[in-house]
Design a protein. Structure first.
Length: 93
């Protein structure tokens, strides 16, 4: 049963959206790379790629790592970047 579920495109897309919701609940760009990997894997399965479970998991892992690295580069903390606070949230205006 798990083998047939892994081979269906909609299961990957549902997993991707669930990970996207989890990213909204716990922000930090941790789950977003996994969500992108799951949706891309679902799209590949939907377009007709015929691969076994190990190959699909490998595709998911590789795409997730690439997506995470790209997200880290685009929206991550830059080297040498320092956050300066001008005022406290509890200060009255």
């Amino acid at each position: 049963m798990l083998t047939s579920l892994v081979g269906t495109w909609w299961a990957w897309v549902v997993l991707g959206f669930a990970l996207g919701v989890l990213e909204i609940l716990a922000p930090g760009y941790i789950f977003l790379g996994f969500a992108i990997g799951a949706i891309v894997t679902g799209a590949l399965v939907g377009f007709g790629i015929t691969a076994g479970v190990p190959a699909l998991i490998l595709i998911f892992a590789v795409v997730s790592v690439i997506a995470w690295l790209v997200l880290r580069r685009v929206v991550g903390v830059r080297e040498g970047q320092v956050k300066l606070w001008d005022r406290d949230i509890n200060d009255n205006p």
